[in-house]
Design a protein around this ligand. Structure first.
Ligand code: UDP
Length: 562
């Protein structure tokens, strides 16, 4: 059938069940956003102008909330534990529901089995059975549970799975054989999914799909009220756990010279010893009260942890300036405990790279905290800077609905693989060297790959400088790397048209290919489509990089992607 936008969320709230503290938190959030979701649905419906949308049957299995995976999060909801994941799951559920799809939600192994049709007591069902869902959203815990309990069906249906994966999974870690051979060892990874099946909290790498979450959107009247009500000398410290305050006395005392410092650190009976007496600690606040605090504050200040959470976006949306520390050297799975074992080598250059790179000044200040003068100067400057509340479109309800709608309409990982591997296809690629430039474009008279998404004519391809990743090479041109275009580029012809002087050409498994190796002047093609990767660089190679444009405030979608 056809999907019809929904504006009443009461049935969703029933579907979400009850009991666990995490579910209670999520349901409160969903209720609080109900009006915003309804408005966003109206606007998107108008924007799409009656385009036909198929109704999908969707299972959402939230693995980390199952007892079987330990459910360490639920008991910490009221004690300062992480809430970002619950924020995101609540918003995913709301978006799928508002878009009008058929929804089942499971938070235990038993419910999962009964929805998948696995007979109870059959730990590992060897038979393939028909799967009553078009799509399954889960996380790494849930993926493991499905693999264990779906038998052979898992292989058959894994293309229908979407994995909500906060920090992202790079292709080199995803490909089992390659990761094992080349030491991309992790606690996760190794699933051989299409990397776009992993969906992240922020647009970390275009190799994955950006899922995101939402923050409250204010109308003009509310924005003006907030601006008028700001206390220019009030700061709120980012973080619910006392441990983040450890060793920060120096910064706190500098900050205290200028501003009244507020905290929302969880405590049981007494003030946590890490939090100095001059700080006004509110304890962990319910989300709406936390928003109220942000509305009054001028500054939201991060001390390096937690990484990449929702709170800075909420602060900026409520008119705060976010001040955070630059990480030099950058943090990553190679040098920091928190990222160790995560399936990515992404380097994190500040506490919140999205805030730094996608928002920036005047809303976001990223400074070197080792330099007290720089730190102090930033605080002084921030106190006299006027900023408006700001929320990037991709984090509004409408933006999230638009993105998920596009994914559901266009992403199909079950379809037969795209272009054949190199060698097997026509020698001419459909590109031309753009006049007076160094990049390739789709030739106007070339036929388009039917159904390809994003549409292939938005492709622009460059040979990156040695040592440069495709993610960065594309950004240099104001574009974004688009991994689904790699197969079009993976040919001798593409190198030729770019006038790359290949002495020889070879096809191998390497997540940096296609690339030109300078010593030896050799050109390399990619042998394994799962290894096409925007991330990754080596000074040995100049990578061949596919880029595309993107919508303002919606980096996941190209101009013609809706
Ligand atoms: N939050 C809250 N009460 C507080 C402080 C924060 O409810 O006292 C919420 C905040 O609104 C945000 C969520 O906690 O949506 C997660 O924030 P954070 O960025 O700290 O990420 P986490 O580390 O919890 O995943």
């Amino acid at each position: 059938g056809q999907a019809v936008f929904r504006s009443n969320l009461s049935h969703l709230l029933e579907l979400m069940g009850s009991g666990k503290e995490s579910l209670i938190f999520m349901k409160k959030r969903t209720k609080r956003f109900a009006i915003q979701w309804a408005l966003a649905a109206q606007r998107l419906e108008q924007k799409l102008g009656g385009v036909r949308r198929d109704q999908k049957q969707i299972l959402v299995h939230i693995g980390f909330l199952t007892e079987e995976s330990g459910d360490v999060f639920s008991p910490r909801v009221l004690k300062g534990g992480p809430l970002g994941e619950m924020v995101q799951w609540a918003d995913i559920l709301a978006a799928l529901y508002v878009l009008g799809h058929g929804l089942r939600i499971t938070v235990s192994l038993k419910e999962l089995q009964s929805n998948l049709g696995v007979p109870p007591g059959r730990g590992n069902c060897p038979l393939t059975m028909p799967l009553p869902f078009d799509l399954i959203y889960t996380d790494y815990h849930g993926l493991q549970q499905m693999k264990q309990h779906m038998g052979l069906s898992f292989r058959k249906y894994r293309c229908r799975i979407r994995v909500i994966d906060t920090f992202g999974t790079e292709p080199a870690y995803n490909h089992e054989e390659y990761a094992t051979l080349h030491g991309y060892r992790t606690n996760w990874g190794y699933w051989n999914l299409n990397p776009k099946q992993f969906m992240t909290m922020f647009p970390h790498t275009p190799d994955n799909s950006f899922m995101g979450f939402v923050s409250e959107e204010l109308n003009e009247t509310e924005k003006q009220l907030i601006k008028d009500g700001k206390a220019s000398n009030m700061a709120v410290v980012y973080g619910k756990e006392a441990s983040i305050w450890k060793g920060k006395e120096k910064f706190l005392s500098i900050l205290n010279k200028y501003m009244e410092i507020h905290g929302t650190v969880y405590y049981e009976s007494q003030r946590p010893p890490e939090v100095p007496a001059f700080v006004k600690n509110h304890g962990l606040l319910p989300q709406p009260e936390f928003q109220q605090l942000l509305r009054k504050a001028k500054l939201f200040i991060g001390f390096g942890f937690p990484y990449e959470g929702p709170a800075p976006l909420e602060a900026i949306a409520n008119g705060c300036v976010f001040l955070q520390s630059r990480f030099s050297p950058p943090h990553s799975s190679l040098n920091h405990e928190f990222f160790r074992g995560k399936p990515t080598s992404r380097e994190v250059f500040s506490q919140h790279p999205y805030a730094e790179n996608f928002i920036g000044k005047p809303h976001v200040w990223t400074v070197d905290y080792n330099n007290s003068e720089e730190f102090e100067a930033a605080i002084q400057a921030i106190m006299t800077t006027q900023v408006d509340p700001y929320l990037p479109y991709e984090y509004t309800c409408e933006g999230m609905l638009e993105r998920i709608h596009a994914y559901i309409q266009h992403q199909d990982f079950c379809a037969a693989p795209g272009p054949a591997p190199p060698g097997a296809r026509a020698p001419q690629s459909p590109f031309i060297l753009a006049p007076n430039t160094t990049h390739l474009e789709w030739a106007h008279n070339a036929s388009l790959a039917p159904g390809a998404w994003p549409p292939a004519y938005s492709l622009r391809a460059w040979l990156a400088a040695a040592g440069r990743a495709c993610t960065d090479a594309c950004l240099d041109h104001g574009l974004i790397c688009e991994p689904s275009f790699f197969p079009f580029l993976n040919s001798q012809d593409a190198f030729q048209k770019l006038q790359v002087p290949c002495d020889g050409i070879e096809s191998e498994m390497n997540h940096l290919y296609p690339a030109f190796a300078q010593p030896g002047q050799e050109c390399f093609l990619q042998k394994e489509p799962l290894l096409f990767s925007c991330a990754g660089s080596s000074t040995k190679y100049r990578r061949l990089c596919p880029c595309r444009d993107f919508r303002k405030g919606q980096v996941a979608l190209c101009q013609d992607c809706l």
